[in-house]
Design a protein around this ligand. Structure first.
Ligand SMILES: Nc1ncnc2c1ncn2[C@@H]1O[C@H](COP(=O)(O)OP(=O)(O)OP(=O)(O)O)[C@@H](O)[C@H]1O
Length: 812
């Protein structure tokens, strides 16, 4: 069993030593940052101890479950309550064989408890590690941006319409179905409409990746899309005008622009390779053999290495010193690339092209060690998917198209396997393209996918496919980490070689430039000190030999000049001897020159931070810087706009919520209103009826009032004519209104009815019309008057008799 590293808890014993050492920093950080992990370990321990004491299979089952056993196994273990089961379960569950066997032998839950505990720790630990990124390693989704090109002249002439709407503020693409008119919307990390410029794309898509590559991360930018959708335009761009250059040449300018801004103690080595995958074959586009033999080196193999990752064996790598070097190399490779005309694109790329730039950066850190970071940038221009019906490809073009579509469908399968969450196998090995992009998709790389779209209505299906593909790719997670101090760093080897050359030259008389560095290098490693010592001894011996040779030549010359007695034969021998020695010195000098040249060459290979190596690309880098500043301003504006939009949206949502409540209130009010309206209508009808009723009643009342007035007139007339005034006053004075019965009553009987005495004298009678003497009316006269006034007949035909008797009574 391994001893844990200092400062590590004993539960980390299950890790093997190498792994433990490698994860040393990570584990401390995890323990520091993950108190809940520690809590979970303690809980596991407690559970295990309880299991240990009670020896209950139930506990073990529970621990087993937490440890990640299949549930059915736990259930069976529970049913039988037997440690035997649990031991057997341990085997497929991932226990070491010996633990299970010992557990089986002793039949003891003790073992199983411990195993459960360990397994649980391990499971939890790795899950925690997966969920929490370790220092220097970043788990992040690949970025997906979309770029739409404008409708081409041909498409405009043919009358095609754009069915894609790009919103660069909301980062959405809306695609309209030309048949149904239905619109489907997609959101991406960034959306570039047809008006977007090449520097915009570079600054948004490539600049951050290149900055990461300079820090030591791997980065990939790949363009995907239907044939003719603008992939090559995006990656390479047009030659000539600076503002038309694509991501690849702009990257060159930016890389050397950043190196020019770096500190002088940082050193860089930039190497490039360029190859294509054509008909499932890898072709080296920078192969020197191209010029000589006019054939490309093809059929290169893809290999995988722990340190290097996936790489192409035997690929030409060229060291570059400036942005212009890179430009020239790209132009050379581009010439070798396979293109062909199809109906969809006059210069269709018939292969997937990968331009790789490896940047090694070294600097001396505080402890004097040389720290090296290596970042690799892959710039990928994929061939476009195409349909034979549209591209009308035949013969070779058709065969190429089949291979292209096959490679792309494999890429689709890899994306699907990486994102569906169920796949246990990712089919990287099914094609060269997916194999090469293995690190870029789901591996150690920061990746951006640029999905290119053609906006015309006749491409609806392909555009929809690209958008779906791109949407899926958004879910791919990569774990990029800085590649530090790789064993095979070329920069380190070169630095060592340069130091050796300098020492060699110093030893042979060259004073060298940097003895301090030499000393630092000597401290670099013990191995090198020994090597240095050995070399120094050889160097000193050689130097002694050369100076001795020079001294001998000088002495021999002197002897030749001064010794006149020397014979001719002896002189010739001495001359020959001098010439031999001079020849040897010449060889030594040539050797020194050779070493100097080699040193110069090697020194040139390494670029020192702060050197301006942009040459012609300087203008390009300036353009990019300006455009980056503009972009920053625009970004701020867009951000503000997004904020405004967001607050408006929130306001709208609130309004809508309010509105929903208001709507409910309004619906209730409406109901109430219609109820009230109905009530009002019925009231109105009632009122109308009442009004009519009233009018009728008023009319009736008017009529009865008239009748009453007529009656009053009659009775007044009768009273005035036939009741003496004094009698009237007397009767009035004795009358009172009986409220109980609602009638008038005469309080004195003497004045009622028959007690009344007529006025025979006629003085008290009402004056006769025409002022004659007042006479009592005859019955006939009374009848006539009644008839004239339309009154009821006098009640008694003997009215006169009655009247007379009444009068008599009054008179007696
Ligand atoms: N954003 C753009 N603005 C203007 N023109 C563009 C744009 N994108 C593409 N084009 C033009 O469209 C045509 C096709 O573009 P390109 O060759 O880049 O397509 P591709 O996707 O690489 O096609 P293939 O897969 O067949 O190689 C070219 O003439 C190119 O100049």
């Amino acid at each position: 069993m391994q001893t844990p590293a200092p400062g590590f808890p004993s539960h980390c014993l299950w890790m093997d030593g190498g792994q433990l050492e490698r994860n040393c920093q990570t584990v401390s950080a995890v323990l520091e940052r993950g108190p809940h992990l520690v809590v979970s370990l303690v809980v596991s321990l407690v559970v295990s101890l309880v299991g240990l004491r009670g020896g209950f299979p139930l506990w073990i089952t529970l621990v087993g479950l937490r440890g990640g056993f299949p549930w059915w196994v736990s259930l069976v273990g529970l049913l039988f309550g037997s440690p035997l089961w649990v031991s057997l379960v341990g085997l497929p569950g991932g226990f070491p064989l010996w633990v299970s066997l010992v557990g089986l032998l002793f039949g003891s839950p003790l073992w199983v408890s411990f195993v459960g505990f360990h397994r649980n720790c391990k499971y939890k630990f790795w899950r925690f590690m997966a969920e929490n990124e370790a220092p220097g390693e970043r788990n992040e989704n690949i970025r997906v941006v979309v770029r739409g090109r404008p409708l081409s002249t041909g498409e405009l002439e043919a009358g095609y319409e754009s069915i894609v709407h790009f919103d660069s503020v909301q980062q959405t693409v809306a695609l309209k179905d030309p048949h149904s008119g239905a619109v489907k919307s997609f959101t991406f990390d960034h959306v570039f409409g047809p008006d977007s410029t090449q520097p915009d794309i570079f600054n948004e898509v490539a600049r951050p990746i290149i900055d990461n590559v300079l820090e030591g991360y791997n980065g990939t930018i790949f363009a995907y899309g239907q044939t003719g959708s603008g992939k090559t335009h995006t990656m390479e761009g047009g030659s000539g005008k600076a503002e038309l250059r694509g991501i690849i040449p702009n990257s060159f300018a930016h890389i050397f622009g950043q190196i020019a801004k770096a500190e002088a103690h940082q050193k860089f080595l930039v190497r490039v390779s360029y190859f294509e995958i054509y008909m499932e074959q890898i072709r080296d586009l920078l192969s020197k053999k191209t010029d000589r033999e006019k054939v490309l080196v093809t059929g290169l193999e893809v290999k995988e290495d722990k340190e290097k990752g996936v790489y192409v064996k035997g690929l030409t790598e060229q060291v570059v010193h400036s942005a212009d070097d890179l430009d020239k190399i790209m132009a050379l490779g581009k010439k070798n690339r396979v293109t062909g005309a199809t109906k969809m694109n006059a210069h269709s790329s018939r292969s997937h092209a990968i331009f790789s730039v490896t940047i090694e950066r070294s600097e001396r850190i505080s402890d004097g060690r040389l720290h090296i970071c290596v970042g690799k940038l892959n710039l990928v221009d994929l061939a476009g998917s195409e349909r034979q019906s549209k591209s009308e490809a035949v013969d070779d073009r058709l065969k190429e198209a089949a291979k292209i579509n096959h490679g792309l469908s494999n890429l689709g399968n890899v994306i699907a396997a990486l994102t569906d969450g169920k796949s246990t196998h990712v089919p990287y090995r099914n094609s060269k393209l997916t194999r090469i992009l293995q690190d870029s998709l789901g591996g150690n790389s920061k990746t951006v996918m640029c999905a290119n779209l053609g906006p015309a209505n006749y491409n609806h299906e392909e555009t929809m496919n690209t958008l779906r593909y791109a949407t899926r790719a958004k879910w791919i997670k990569n774990a990029a980490k800085i590649n530090e101090d790789p064993k095979d760093a070329v920069l380190k080897r070169l630095e060592e070689e340069i130091q050796a050359l300098r020492r060699q030259l110093n030893g042979s008389g060259d004073t060298g430039r940097n003895s301090e560095e030499e000393e630092e290098d000597a401290e670099d490693a013990k191995r090198r000190i020994a090597l240095q010592k050995e070399r120094k001894e050889r160097r000193d011996a050689r130097a002694r030999e050369l100076s001795q040779m020079q001294a001998e030549i000088a002495a021999q010359r002197r002897e030749l000049e001064q010794n006149e007695r020397m014979g001719e034969q002896q002189r010739a021998k001495l001359r020959q001897d001098i010439a031999d020695k001079e020849g040897k010195l010449d060889v030594a000098e040539k050797e020194r020159q050779g070493l100097l040249e080699k040193l110069n060459r090697l020194e040139k290979t390494i670029i020192v931070g702060g050197e301006n190596l942009l040459d012609k690309a300087e203008e390009q880098e300036r353009l990019l810087e300006e455009s980056a500043k503009e972009l920053e301003l625009r970004r701020k504006k867009e951000q503000e706009l997004r904020k405004t939009l967001l607050s408006k949206k929130t306001e709208r949502t609130k309004m809508e919520e309010k509105f929903a409540t208001l709507q409910e209130i309004a619906a209730a009010k409406k109901l109430e209103e219609s109820r009230l309206k109905a009530e009002l209508n019925s009231l109105k009808t009632d009122l109308k009826g009442l009004r009519q009723d009233n009018a009728t009643r008023r009319e009736e009342a008017k009529g009865s009032k008239k009748d009453i007035e007529k009656n009053i007139q009659l009775y007044k007339m009768i009273i005035d004519r036939y009741l003496p005034r004094e009698m009237q006053a007397l009767i009035e004075a004795n009358c009172s209104y009986n409220h109980d019965i609602g009638e008038w009553e005469v309080s004195c009987l003497a004045f009622t009815g028959a007690m009344m005495q007529p006025d025979y004298s006629g003085q008290n009678r009402p004056a006769a019309p025409g002022g004659g003497p007042r006479k009592p009316l005859s019955y006939e006269e009374a009848l006539a008057q009644a008839e004239q006034h339309k009154l009821d007949r006098p009640p008694d035909p003997n009215w006169e008799g009655l009247f007379r008797s009444y009068a008599d009574e009054l008179g007696s």
